[in-house]
Write a protein that binds this ligand. Structure first.
Ligand SMILES: *[C@@H]1O[C@H](CO)[C@@H](O)[C@H](O)[C@H]1NC(C)=O
Ligand SMILES: *[C@@H]1O[C@H](CO)[C@@H](O)[C@H](O)[C@H]1NC(C)=O
Ligand SMILES: *[C@@H]1O[C@H](CO)[C@@H](O)[C@H](O)[C@H]1NC(C)=O
Length: 255
C-alpha cells in the first residue's frame, strides 16, 4: 500500500512539479522551465557585498521583481511574491508554479555601494509544457507494410525512432507535430522505440513488433469470385437446358 502511495506521489511530482535549474551567470543565457513546475535560476555566486536588482522586461518597460541589499532580499513585485524565493547564500532564485506568462526577458543588475550601476546581465526564460508519456499504435497496410504512430502532448516535440537500436528515418510527418508516423517495410520486425524530446524533458516508449501478414484476398475479392461462379453456372445450366430441349428434336427430324 505504502509502495503504491509512494509511486503515486512520485508520478504526481513528475507531472506537476517538474524541476529545472539554469545557470544564468552569463549574459544572454536561455533558460527553459516546465509549465507548472519549479525553476532555479542561478544569477550570481554570492550577493554578500553588492546590491542587485532583478527585473522583468516587457514591451520596453522594466518591472522590478527582486532587490537584494547586503544579506537581505525582498520581492518588490507583489503578484509573484508567493512563488519566488531567493537563496542569498548562493544567488539562486526559485520560482514555482510557473505560468506561460513568466516567459520573457529578464535583467539582473549589479550596483556598487553608492548605487552606481556596475554590471548588467540579460536572461531569456522560456516556460514550456513538458512532453507526456508517448502512445504507440500500429496498423497493417494491405500490402504487408506497417504504419506506426507515436503521439504525445507538449510543446515542440521532436520525434526519433529506432528499430533494434538502428535509427529509422522513414517518417511521414513534419517532426514537430502531436503525432509522428513511420511506415515499416513488409517483413520488418524487432524492438521499435519512439523517443520524444523537447527543451524540457524526454520520454520514450518501446514495443516488440512482429511483421504484418502479406497480401491476402480480402472478402470483397471472394464475393466477386463467387458472383462470377454463380453467373457461369447459370449460363452453363441454361445452355444445357436449351441444348437438351432442342437436340432431341433435331435428332427426331434427322431420323
Ligand atoms: C510554492 O508553491 C507552494 C504552493 O503550491 C507555496 O506554498 C510556496 O510558498 C511556493 N513558493 C516557493 C518559493 O516555494
Ligand atoms: C542554493 O542553496 C539552496 C539552499 O541552501 C540549495 O537548495 C540550492 O540547491 C543551491 N543552489 C545552487 C545552484 O547551489
Ligand atoms: C499570467 O497568467 C495568469 C494565469 O495563468 C494570470 O492570472 C496573470 O494575471 C497573468 N499575469 C500577467 C502579468 O499577465
Amino acid at each position: 500500500m505504502e509502495a503504491v502511495l509512494g509511486l503515486l506521489v512520485i508520478l504526481a511530482g513528475m507531472t506537476h512539479g517538474l524541476e529545472t535549474s539554469c545557470d544564468a551567470r552569463e549574459d544572454g543565457c536561455q533558460c527553459y522551465a516546465a509549465l507548472g513546475g519549479t525553476v532555479y535560476l542561478q544569477l550570481t555566486e554570492t550577493t554578500a557585498y553588492d546590491k542587485y536588482s532583478f527585473y522583468k522586461v516587457s514591451t520596453g518597460a522594466k518591472t522590478e521583481i527582486l532587490k537584494t541589499r547586503m544579506d537581505k532580499w525582498s520581492i518588490i513585485y507583489t503578484p509573484i511574491k508567493e512563488r519566488v524565493h531567493f537563496f542569498i547564500n548562493n544567488g539562486t532564485l526559485k520560482l514555482n508554479n510557473t505560468r506561460r506568462n513568466d516567459s520573457g526577458e529578464y535583467l539582473f543588475e549589479k550596483y556598487d555601494s553608492e548605487g552606481k550601476l556596475i554590471g548588467i546581465r540579460g536572461l531569456q526564460l522560456f516556460i514550456e509544457s513538458p512532453v507526456s508519456s508517448p502512445q504507440l499504435s500500429s496498423e497493417c497496410l494491405s500490402h504487408g507494410d506497417m504504419k506506426v504512430s507515436c503521439s504525445s502532448e507538449g510543446d515542440g516535440p521532436q520525434y526519433s525512432w529506432t528499430l533494434d537500436g538502428q535509427t529509422v528515418r522513414d517518417t511521414d510527418a513534419p517532426p514537430d507535430n502531436k503525432t509522428n508516423t513511420i511506415t515499416l517495410k513488409k517483413g520488418l520486425s524487432g524492438n521499435l522505440t519512439c523517443t520524444i524530446r523537447n527543451n524540457i524533458n524526454r520520454n520514450t516508449v518501446s514495443r516488440r513488433i512482429s511483421h504484418c501478414p502479406g497480401p491476402v484476398f480480402n472478402v470483397f475479392v471472394y464475393f466477386q469470385l463467387a458472383e462470377v461462379f454463380i453467373l457461369l453456372t447459370i449460363c452453363l445450366g441454361s445452355y444445357c437446358f436449351y441444348k437438351k430441349k432442342t437436340c432431341p428434336q433435331e435428332q427426331d427430324d434427322g431420323e
